[in-house]
Write a protein that binds this ligand. Structure first.
Ligand code: NAD
Length: 468
């Protein structure tokens, strides 16, 4: 399978996906190896994860180079690896606290005690997208491994170059290499994982998420879906407009808008609308494309060529329906073989336009005025998605009160897209943005374990409910 380079447009890399029978064999082999992994205990697993972290440090340059070629961007890649390294330490700390030695407790029946146990799922399949190829391939993997599961990861076929250096880091930790690997491949490889693993963590589009959910339901395999979004930001009279415009510019266009948690729609109270739009346009015009070299400017290319078509379709549709292009371009521009999208501000938009209802996944900022809080909430909640959102208001209390009415799993208060940075708040996806327990915060580790109870007769007496 040939892979396109997002900066040059050339197919300069190939991958060789395993066939479904090879995947079944691998999963069966991991299922056996997982028994020893679990027997290592949490301290043994923490030790292996720390050894892996050291290996990641040693291969840092090779991983960064591969990820930079995969995504066509560098600054976000440096941040991505840094976040991953820090998350290993955070999860090791959480896992240590989580696995307290079991203790018996008395029940409501005096001669029956209860001991609780946790049994990890044997093999977890992780399927991840292209927008943060490394981070989203390990965000569920690290807690799953620490919980005692074996893990097979299938990252996106759009950005597979980092897999080879990553496999070298895993090979450096023999205990881990028996229960942790990455597979190259596209949808078929992902589907084969869904067919063979004991639990699936899927991050990707809502359309694929629905397919994965249906397939897994045949085997009663638990699935955690982290899907698309159409995050709304609400800016109320009384908000600090300078801060709101800076935060929303960053939250909308960073990483070329290719984040599930990007701000995709901005609603501004009519009394401050003109002033907000003016400030946002001025700041947007300062943002430059990362071209001709990866170290120039701010925004790299659109990574996936399929996404280029979606961004262009949304812009064409909006402009045809009356949207006004305040700054930016009416579509992606081709530079040196790559497709780039200039940060784009649209006004005169409404919910008949795809740019207000469907996930754009580009640096596009459609802004719409609202009269009062009820209208703002109706607009923000008028979506099939419910990932996250943002509220800017005169004070924190007012902003939180408004945020409580938003149908989504996390709301940044007087800032934007904070879930990109802060992974400690526990959150669920609402509506078609996903299903399953929180992937963030300490309780995320529980998702990888089933609870088991030992019910212990503690007195040598007949139980009163026995026959005769
Ligand atoms: P996608 O759904 O096209 O692909 C995601 C992964 O699924 C890829 O690895 C792909 O090969 C695999 N896949 C495709 N068909 C499959 C099948 N039938 N069975 C199993 N696996 C299959 O998504 P994408 O375009 O790679 O990623 C962008 C999407 O991801 C956006 O919608 C974005 O919002 C979403 N996303 C969500 C989060 C989140 O945390 N909620 C984070 C990042 C991205």
């Amino acid at each position: 399978m040939h892979i396109r380079n997002p900066r040059t447009g050339q197919a300069d890399y190939t991958i060789s996906p395993p066939n479904p029978a090879q995947i079944t064999d691998l999963v069966n082999q991991f299922r056996l190896a997982q028994i020893d992994w679990l027997a290592l205990g949490v301290e043994g697993r923490v030790e292996a994860m720390q050894a892996w972290k050291n290996a990641l440090e040693r291969y840092k340059e090779a991983i960064i180079d591969a990820l930079t070629t995969d995504t066509g961007r560098r600054n976000e890649t440096l941040l991505e690896l840094d976040v991953v390294l820090k998350s290993i330490d955070r999860w090791c700390g959480i896992a240590r606290q989580f696995f307290a030695p079991p203790s018996q407790r008395v029940s409501s029946i005096p001669f029956i005690s209860i001991e609780q146990d946790l049994v990890p799922y044997a093999v977890v399949g992780v399927i991840s997208p292209w927008n943060f190829p490394l981070l989203l391939s390990v965000i569920d993997t690290i807690p799953a491994l620490l919980a005692g599961c074996a893990v097979v990861v299938k990252p996106s076929e759009v950005t597979p170059r980092f897999i080879r250096p990553l496999l070298q880091t895993i090979a450096e930790v023999p205990a881990l290499a028996k229960v942790f690997t990455y597979l190259e491949g596209a949808g078929e490889t992902g589907a084969a994982l869904v067919e063979s693993c004991d639990l699936i963590c899927f991050t990707g589009s809502t359309a694929t998420g629905k397919r994965v959910y249906k397939q897994a339901s045949e085997r009663f395999v638990p699935v955690f879906l982290e899907l698309g979004g159409k995050d709304a930001a609400l800016v109320f009279e009384g908000a600090d407009l300078d801060r709101a415009s800076s935060a929303l510019l960053w939250g909308s266009v960073v990483n070329t808008g290719q984040s599930c948690l990007s701000i995709e729609r901005i609603y501004v109270q009519d009394t401050i609308y003109e002033e907000f739009v003016k400030r946002l346009i001025d700041k947007t015009e300062e943002i430059k494309l990362a071209y001709p070299t990866v170290s120039d400017g701010h925004l790299g290319p659109v990574i996936s060529d399929k996404q280029v078509d979606i961004i262009n379709e949304h812009l064409v549709d909006a402009i045809a329906k009356g949207a006004i292009l305040q700054t930016g371009e009416p579509g992606c521009v081709k530079l040196g073989g790559g497709h780039y999208c200039r940060p784009t501000v649209l006004t005169n938009v409404n919910h008949s336009m795809k740019v207000m209802t469907d996930e754009t996944f580009g640096p596009v900022m459609p802004i719409m005025p609202f009269r009062d809080e009820d209208e703002a909430i109706a607009l923000a909640n008028g979506t099939i998605y419910g990932l996250s959102g943002a509220v800017f208001a005169g004070n924190t209390e007012e902003a939180i009160r408004i945020a409580r009415r938003m149908q989504c799993g996390a709301v940044s208060i007087n800032d934007a897209a904070l879930t990109a940075i802060m992974h400690e708040g526990e959150k669920n996806s609402f509506k078609l943005s996903g299903i399953g327990g929180t992937r963030m915060g300490p309780s995320a580790i529980k998702r990888f374990m089933r609870q088991k109870a030992y019910l212990i007769k503690t007195a040598g007496i007949p139980s009163p409910w026995w026959f005769g």
